[in-house]
Design a protein around this ligand. Structure first.
Ligand code: NDP
Length: 337
């Protein structure tokens, strides 16, 4: 069983040397009397939140990894052997699994059966999975959009951002995205349906860039990145603006997070900034799956993935997220379904 191990806690930017590929000779088997499930992993999902698990955290919202142990995260897998009444061999499942070829999922915890609805299995790690629910719930329950709202999305060409922009268009908003390359900007405008987009890396003055692309200023800022972009948005936000704080990826690899100098704008502009976690919205899962799979089938929603092949590519795939190398949802394919 080939496995990806976290070698040690990580300081600063995560590197390939922080991981190790190990071959374990231990035969995986299920203990009688448990509800454990043995799976073969097919697709893994590198996600930005995993960086926060690579170091001890004060008041963690999710348990940190243990150095020397297999990395865990969302994955799509095939059931080989099951002690659980809800799962049987050859079922495809999504849930928390290991970065390894085979895993035992204790008590089938977090596993869901993947319905056969004619959509690719990997979609259950993206548009129909955790990032999809994040975009869906955060946009509809936290951003509270109105037709005509000026919506600005950072990290716009990634897993969550590409969907938020499209939900924005469906809700009648004017949608502008910021992303880190020309290619991403082109994709946003020509394929994903953003009204406008810009490459934030080419802008020396982010405040001016926002003024240029959003002359009516911002009603909703979908926060994926934090730092300088948040500061620039606070200078360009309308009265009663809303900021669903989904993530702040620019801060995750910093040993000392940057400050935001103009937070008082939140008071002065009566802004509501609200953080949220996808885990708070599990109850929306059924509604979300039905709505979003319907939109995909009706071709009212497009979705882009960026697939790396091979378990050994998983650490690099995760690092790609922090270097902006992914276009769309990053996926690691371990084997054919
Ligand atoms: P993405 O697919 O968007 O990948 C991350 C992207 O972030 C990169 O492609 C890169 O795009 C951008 N990025 C990386 N470093 C920086 C930086 N220093 N400054 C600005 N942009 C940067 O990831 P996800 O869609 O999975 O996640 C997007 C955000 O949503 C993250 O902040 C994540 O933590 C958060 N999230 C929150 C959840 C919740 O429950 N609240 C659940 C899921 C995700 P570019 O080329 O544009 O720089």
């Amino acid at each position: 069983n080939r496995q990806i191990i976290l070698k040690h806690y990580v300081k600063g930017m995560v590197k390939e040397l922080d991981f190790e590929l190990r071959v374990s000779k231990v035969l995986l088997s299920l203990h009688p009397g448990t509800k454990d499930v043995l799976v073969k992993n097919i697709y893994l999902s590198p996600d930005p939140y995993m960086r926060s698990r690579m170091q001890p955290m004060e008041d963690p919202y999710i348990d940190p990894f243990s150095p020397g142990e297999v990395i865990t995260g969302y994955g799509v897998s095939k059931v080989l052997v099951s002690n659980h009444p809800e799962f049987k061999p050859n079922d495809y499942v999504v849930g928390f699994t290991g970065w390894e070829e085979y895993s035992v999922i204790k008590e089938a915890r977090t596993l869901r059966k993947i319905p056969q609805i004619g959509l690719p299995l990997s979609y259950f790690l993206g548009v129909l999975g955790m990032p999809g629910l994040t975009a869906y719930a955060g946009f509809h329950k936290v951003a509270l959009p109105k037709p005509g709202d000026q919506l600005m999305v950072s990290g716009a060409a990634g897993a969550v951002g590409q969907l938020v922009g499209q939900f924005g268009k469906l809700a009648g908003c004017y949608v502008v995205g910021a992303a880190g390359s020309k290619e991403k900007v082109k994709l946003l405008k020509e394929r994903i349906g953003y009204d406008d987009a810009f490459n934030y890396r080419e802008e020396t003055d982010l405040k001016a860039a926002l003024r240029r692309h959003l002359p009516k200023k911002i009603d909703i800022y979908w926060e994926n990145v934090g730092g300088k972009m948040l500061e620039a948005v606070l200078e360009n936000i309308n009265k009663f603006g809303r900021i669903p704080a989904c993530g702040m990826i620019s801060q995750y690899n910093l040993e000392k997070p940057e400050g935001v100098s103009n937070l008082f704008r939140i008071v002065a502009k009566s802004v509501r900034m609200q953080g949220f976690l996808v885990f708070d919205y599990e109850d929306l899962y059924e509604e979300f799956t039905e709505r979003v799979s319907g939109l995909l089938k009706d071709e009212k929603l497009v979705y882009f993935e960026d697939v790396s092949e091979g378990l050994e590519k998983a650490p690099r795939a995760l690092i790609d997220l922090f270097e902006g190398k992914n276009i769309g949802k990053k996926i690691v394919k371990i084997c054919d379904p």
